[in-house]
Design a protein around this ligand. Sequence first.
Ligand code: ADP
Ligand code: ASP
Ligand code: MG
Length: 405
Amino acid sequence: MAIIVQKYGGSSVADSDKIMAVARRVVSTVKEGNQVVVVVSAQGKTTDSLIQQARSIAKNPPKREMDMLLSTGEQVSIALLAMAIDSLGQAVISLTGPQGGIMTDTQHTKARIREVDGARISAELAQGKVVIVAGFQGVTNTNDITTLGRGGSDTTAVAVAAALKARVCEIYTDVDGVYSADPRLVPDARKLDEVDYGEMLELASLGAMILQPRAVEVAAVYEVPIHVRSSFSQESGTIIREVNVVEREISVTGVASDENCAKITLVGIPTDVSVLHRVFSSLAAEGVNVDMIVQAGTATPTADLTFTVTREELETALDIIAKIQGDQDWSVVCDEDVAKVSIVGAGMMTNPGVAARMFAALDEESIQVHVVSTSEIKVSCLVPRGRYQDAVRACHRKFELTNGN
Ligand code: ADP
Ligand code: ASP
Ligand code: MG
C-alpha cells in the first residue's frame, strides 16, 4: 500500500466547513487504497494573531516562549481535523510534532529538522489509522518545543514524506499550483505543469511563499516528488521534481518578489578585507542572514559596502555593526523602503542576454535599481518598495510568461 502525505495550509482549514471538506478528501484517499498521513497548519491567520498577541505584551519576547505560543495554533487544527475524520467513521489519531517524532535543533522560531523518527507514525498507520501530524513544530533533544519558521508546515510534510518513503507529498493550498508569478500580483500568470527542484528552490527562497524553501531543499535531497494543488478543486496542480533542463529554450520560468528586505550601506570603509571579514562573521555569529552584497569604489582607499538583511533582523544587524564601528571614520545608512524582484530559470545558463532584458523591462518603467545579484539561474534587483509590483509585472511581460504564450 502506498503512503501519501497530504499537507493542508491555513486557508484550507480556516473554518469548520473547510475542515469537513479536508476530512472527506482524506477519507476518499484512504478508500482509493492508500495509507495517509496528514500535516496541517494553524487555521487561517491564527499564527499572525498569536504573534500580535505576544507583541502586545513584549516587544521582543523570549524565543522559547514564542514557540510555546505559536505551536498552539497547529494543535487546534490537528484535534479538529481528527474529530472531523472520526465523524466520517475513519480510524484516526492526531499527533503533535514531538509525538510525531519531529526532532529539531535548538534555534527557537527558526529551528531546522534534524531527524524524523517515524516509528510512532508507522505504528499508527499499521493499525489502519489516518495519522494527523501538527505542522511547523518539533522538539529538541532536551524536550523543548520549537517552530520551523513561517510556512514551516511545508517542511514538516516533506520531511515526514521522506522519512516514510511516501510516494508523493501533496501540498494543498488556496491556488491550484505554482504560477509564473504570484497570481495575486499578476492575474494573468501562467500555471506551470512541472518545475525542477533547483528552480523551485530559487523561486521559494526569493519570495514565492507558495512553499517554504527548506521544504524544497529536503524534497530535492530525498527525491520526494511534491504536488502543489488546490484544496478547493480536483484539478491536478504543479509537480516539483527533477526535470532535465539541458538545452531549455525558455530562459525564464518565473518571477518572484520579496518585500521583507532592508538595505544597509557602510559608507567609506577601508578597502581592507579584514573589515568585511569582521562585519560578516559577527553577523553570522548572531544568526543574521545576509543576502545581496555589493562593494563599490574598490579602486580608492575607501569603499561603500551595501548588503541586505530581513526587516526583522535589521535592528540586530545595526547593533552588531555599531559595535564594530566604534569610533572609526565611516558611517552607516539604512533603507527599509526597498524590495527584491527576481527572475528565475534554469534556461538562463544557456541563453545569453537575460539580465539585459530584465534591465530593459525596468528601464522602460523608469524603475530604479539599487543592487543586483545573480546566480546561474536567477537575476535579482533591489528596487524601491513602492515600485516592486510594477517591476514584477514588467518582467513578467518582458519574458512573455503570460498565460497563452
Ligand atoms: P498555505 O496557507 O496553504 O500554506 P500560503 O499563503 O503560504 O498558503 O501560500 C499560497 C500563496 O502563495 C498563494 O495564495 C499565492 O498568493 C502565493 N504565491 C506566491 N508566489 C506564487 C507563485 N509563483 N505561484 C503560486 N502562488 C504563489
Ligand atoms: N502556521 C505557520 C505559519 O503561519 C506555519 C505554516 O502555515 O506553514 O507560518
Ligand atoms: Mg504556506
